[in-house]
Design a protein around this ligand. Structure first.
Ligand code: NI
Ligand code: MN
Length: 228
């Protein structure tokens, strides 16, 4: 059964299975490239990679409207419950996994920072390794390149999503190196072209992926999707 992914622009994704809608870092109300409004989204689960504004800003409103369960590092799960009245949360930590109704979620390391918008400590930044119906998807989220990506890829990834925007995360050259370590079947770029400081030529990046790796690059516009 295919899993359908839709890019929400920036670091945001809709992951649709047969029965569930999972959002990852939905950032819409303040994003110039968002293809829809937060109020347009359905969700059963919301994955939050870290505490920065451009990942968590819309999470309380979407979670409270939809009743979605938010999955995040322990500190962020607590902050959402205590400060924003989010009712259903699963707090976890790096290296840990949890089995949910839509699949298995493992929290992976990320080289980044993670202060929450009000200055609260947001724990460590994270990525996610998802196992959904036999498919393995890795979302690096906001991170620099790190060599342990080779271990994350050792399970045989169907898809890796890597940032290419540079400045706040790895840029296109390191994202090619990350793809060499991760060895996914498909690789999609994220966290670019939202604002001028992170503008990138995704077509040129895709060409480098084709030349230097065995992965199939999947470059789409915000609001578009593809199956895994
Ligand atoms: Ni960030
Ligand atoms: Mn970010």
């Amino acid at each position: 059964m295919p899993i359908n992914l839709t890019w929400l622009g920036h670091g945001g994704w809709i992951i649709k299975t047969d029965e569930h809608v999972v959002l990852l870092d939905p950032f819409l109300s303040e994003s110039p490239t968002a293809p829809m409004k937060p109020g347009d989204l359905d969700a059963h689960f919301i994955l939050v990679s870290h505490g920065h504004f451009d990942h968590i800003h819309d999470v309380p409103s979407i979670a409270n409207r939809t009743g979605a369960t938010v999955i995040a590092i322990f500190e962020i799960a607590q902050w959402l419950a205590n400060n924003h009245g989010v009712k259903e949360t699963i707090g976890m930590n790096i290296g840990g996994g949890t089995t949910t109704p839509f699949g298995h979620v493992k929290m992976t390391p990320a080289l980044h920072s993670s202060q929450l918008p009000d200055g609260s400590y947001g724990g460590e930044p994270a990525g996610f390794l998802l196992k959904i119906g036999g498919k393995k998807l890795y979302f690096a989220c906001d991170t620099g390149l790190f060599s342990d990506m080779q271990y994350l890829g050792a399970c045989g990834l169907d898809l890796a999503v890597v940032p290419i925007g540079d400045l706040f995360t790895m840029g296109p050259i390191d994202a090619v190196e990350a793809t060499k370590l991760l060895k996914p079947k498909k690789v999609a770029p994220a966290h670019y072209n939202t604002w001028p400081p992170i503008e990138q030529d995704a077509a040129a990046w895709a060409q480098s992926i084709r030349e230097q790796t065995n992965a199939e690059p999947v470059v789409i516009e915000p609001g578009q999707g593809f199956d895994v």
